[in-house]
Design a protein around this ligand. Structure first.
Ligand SMILES: Nc1ncnc2c1ncn2[C@@H]1O[C@H](COP(=O)(O)OP(=O)(O)OP(=O)(O)O)[C@@H](O)[C@H]1O
Ligand SMILES: [Mg+2]
Length: 531
């Protein structure tokens, strides 16, 4: 059970929400929704105890399993499987078992004997804690999140951002805490895993709060909806599933519009009457009363919801370049003994649109990092054609300097003036003091917008985009896709988002790990969500 009472949350000078109260019970799966930057992530930090509210309190019984929106570090030396088991305190026992097993093979009989005794103690403890069953459960969860035994046996430090995040998700789901809070859990999941997760959430016995821009997930899993209204700074609680919520909210907004129209009409009438009376001294107090009544009518209304603003974004004409600005020859990459892909050749022509397809772990992000020059291939090389200028959008926003401000991030690595940078930031919804925020405090969607704004000023003629629509609310996503559709430069896109691929209308597809190229076609379209 989780209970929030009279919460007020401010960040810097901004009020995010005030007087928010709710209770979440076992069996509840709450969808927490609201536009980018509304304060969803900040609220979950308060609920999980990471951040103190400015007023009010949070109570909960038992542990909270919390998956933050930004993947958390964890010890890079720790094995992935241990990271998961650790959630139920099993990793330590597991490790003692492994060490004892190793020492049992020692040539020194005394040492081997002691190890055997330790093994036996650790084993009893492990069994007592439900170790084997739990281990099997953890393995099932990991498998459903498409984490292979191969990946689980690696240290965290060698895993890709997407794999790290899936390990964290597996860990939280395995934890089985009475309260679970998930911030954008589907960002790195393939379609099969998403389908599995929906069902897992729907039947979870504890109390769950989930933030997701994945409509199908909330539609399938959620039995209550909390709508965080960034304009009114409140949470509207809807005790119903997603479809009913959409209708109910529509009805609520319609009612507010009607109430407002009626009140305005009455107030206008009162004011007109007061103006007529006001001319005569004998009716001055009646006029005064009428004005006071009109003011009261208007004060009782909520201010009209500012329609959630969306920027009109346009990628500018790219700087001129040769016919084929980017080549890759014979590219291979392995991590340790794990070969990701081998002998990939590719040529990106001016203005061409290419989609990179491949299952999770097939090396899509790795290939983009190599093309961007962030990582080096094990074999082969990247060759820049005449006039190449690359714009790289990294899945985890690694290209942003989190300690520098929004504006400084824009000015670094481009030669635009501050005035121009501010103008472009404005169209990406950063206005006024927002531009001085350190990038590190931005919301997930805001980081995505800042990284994309950086591409706009770069004048790039080849964009490398790694899941650019993750974290975006529907309105911002539409706008980004519209801009992408009219961009004149070349694009290499990695995305699970069918709409994003549609918007790009690619001519070609590069399939990993084999590295074969093909013309784009319907069959591939169906693969996107599955990949
Ligand atoms: N320490 C801080 N200082 C200033 N502003 C902050 C700070 N932390 C968060 N913010 C701002 O508070 C707002 C809410 O952020 P939050 O991350 O909670 O949004 P969100 O609803 O989770 O958005 P998204 O859907 O993009 O993930 C954002 O505008 C963010 O920039
Ligand atoms: Mg967030």
């Amino acid at each position: 059970m989780l209970q929030a009472t009279g919460l007020e949350i401010r960040v810097g000078a901004r009020l995010l929400m005030s007087d928010v109260s709710f209770t979440v019970q076992p069996g509840d799966t709450v969808g927490l929704v609201g536009r980018n930057g509304a304060g969803k992530t900040t609220l979950t930090k308060v609920l999980s105890g990471e951040l103190a509210p400015t007023a009010g309190s949070v109570h909960h019984r038992g542990d909270i399993g919390y998956l933050p929106q930004d993947p958390r570090a964890g010890d890079p030396e720790q094995l992935a499987s241990h990271r998961i088991l650790e959630a139920r305190g099993l990793a330590g026992m597991q490790r003692r078992l492994e060490i004892a097993t190793e020492e049992m093979g020692s040539d020194d009989p005394d040492r081997a004997k002691k190890a055997m005794a330790r093994y036996s103690r650790a084993h009893d403890e492990f069994v007592g804690a439900g170790g084997y069953a739990a281990e099997a459960e953890a393995a099932t969860i990991a498998a459903n999140l498409n984490l292979s035994p191969d990946v689980l046996s690696q240290p965290l430090g060698t895993l890709s951002g997407g794999q790290r995040r899936r390990i964290e998700l597996a860990r939280i789901l395995f934890h089985d805490a009475p309260v679970m809070i998930l911030d954008e859990p589907t960002n790195h999941l393939d379609q099969d895993s998403v389908v599995w997760l929906r069902e897992f959430l729907r039947t979870y016995k504890g109390a769950t709060i989930v933030i997701s821009h994945d409509v199908e997930l909330v539609e399938h899993s959620v039995n209550r909806v909390f709508y965080l209204d960034a304009n009114r700074h409140v949470i509207d609680v809807y005790n119903m599933g997603w479809r009913h919520y959409l209708q109910a909210r529509e009805t609520d907004e319609e009612r507010r519009r009607r109430e407002r129209a009626t009140a305005e009409r009455k107030a206008t009438t009162l004011h007109e009457q007061a103006a007529r009376f006001g001319a005569k001294a004998s009716k001055a107090s009646a006029a005064h009363q009428m004005r006071a009544r009109a003011d009261k009518l208007m004060a009782g209304l909520e201010s009209e919801r500012a329609v959630d603003r969306v920027a009109a974004i346009r990628f500018p004409t790219p700087v001129a370049c040769g016919k084929t600005p980017l080549y890759g020859h014979n590219l291979s990459k392995s991590y340790g003994s794990l070969e990701i892909f081998a002998a990939v050749d590719l040529a990106i022509d001016r203005g061409s649109k290419v989609v990179v397809l491949g299952l999770n772990g097939a090396g899509k992000t790795t290939l983009l990092r190599i093309l961007a020059g962030v990582d080096q291939p094990d074999t082969g090389a990247i060759e820049a054609g005449h006039g190449l200028r690359i714009g790289y959008y990294a899945q985890e926003h690694e290209t942003l300097d989190m300690s520098r401000s929004v504006l400084e991030n824009m000015l670094a690595g481009s030669d635009v003036s501050e005035v121009e940078a501010r103008r472009i930031l404005g169209s990406f919804l950063f206005s006024g003091d927002d531009v001085h925020k350190p990038a590190g405090v931005l919301s997930g969607g805001e980081k995505t917008r800042l990284a994309l704004a950086g591409l706009v000023v770069s004048g790039a003629n080849v964009l490398l985009l790694d899941e650019p629509t993750n974290n975006l609310d529907p309105a911002s996503r539409e706008e980004i896709l519209r801009a992408l559709a009219t961009y004149e430069g070349a694009v290499v896109l990695v995305s699970h988002d069918e709409g994003a691929v549609d918007a790009l209308s690619p001519e070609r597809v590069l399939i990993l790990p084999d590295g074969v190229e093909d013309l784009w076609g319907r069959d591939y379209q169906e693969l996107i969500a599955l990949a």
